[in-house]
Design a protein around this ligand. Sequence first.
Ligand SMILES: Cc1ncc(COP(=O)(O)O)c(C=O)c1O
Length: 340
Amino acid sequence: MNFLSDTTAAAHPALLDAIAHANGGYAASYGNDPLCQRVEDRLKEVFETDLKVLFTVSGTASNALALSILCPSHGAVLCHDEAHIHRDERGAPEFFTGGAKLIPLPGAHAKIDPAALTATLNSWPQDFVHTTPPRALSVSNLNESGCAYTAGELAALTGPAKAKGLGVHFDGARFANLLAGSGMTPAQASWKAGADILSLGATKNGALAAEAVILFPSVMDRYGELQARQKRAGHMVAKMRYVAAQFEAWLTGGLWLDLASHANAMAARLADGLSAIEGVELAHPVDGNEVFVALPDAVAQTLRAAGAGFYQWPDGTARLVASWSTREDDVNALLDAARA
Ligand SMILES: Cc1ncc(COP(=O)(O)O)c(C=O)c1O
């Protein structure tokens, strides 16, 4: 009954096999090998566009590197107050940008309120020397409350931001869960919705350690700079083929979407079962693999005593996360314990 995080799950055997398969002979290092090139070509098909990809091994590195080419040190990044880049990256975006300011925005269910975005864009001018001009917008989808922005909701944010000249970053740490839950295509959920750069995470969905920064055509000319920043930050993995190998297996035959669909289905089962119990209330819509619930203390204690693992969130709710490896039996056992 481990619902602590999708990062507590094991790596999927197909991805480990792919690493073992890549483990023969010599290959060019630092991303210059045929496997890295193959994955880039595959991603072009998946996203239906030209693109450049840079592999990393953590979502934080992806986000901070991506933002470092969108926002100068004297600019600001707009994001939700709950955004991982704001709450959970120990200042990495500020560090990698050389001191850019993060301006947190409000909005229910960790979704940026478009009116708040517009108000901020208007009250932080681009051309007044004393203020810090917003230069980038970062949107997490799936977001930190497990909620998905629709294509229309994304456009309502990226449109006004782009009109003011901001670059747009999407944090896709749970991008596969978003696609599996929403039915959007990778293109619809990224560049067609206004993203210039996407942090694409596989680690939460079956990888050992595989993350990527994807540059869409609007910023592809910044690839050299991104690589230089990756090197300078100490994030340029020498034996990059092993990261690419995980992505190749993940994308093959739609495995990434199958794993995410399973995780989402387990979360939906959890949410349905828990919300049917008197006194238990869902805090947010469940659009992916994360469930946030207000649990009466007695229920929370009973679950912990029964061996269930989940985190208490700062707002007092319980966060339960399902992964590709969550078993239906574990969901049922948790629901039985909660009902009892
Ligand atoms: C929305 C979001 N973005 C980024 C990350 C960063 O992941 P990492 O722990 O690999 O740095 C996480 C991890 O929890 C996340 O939830």
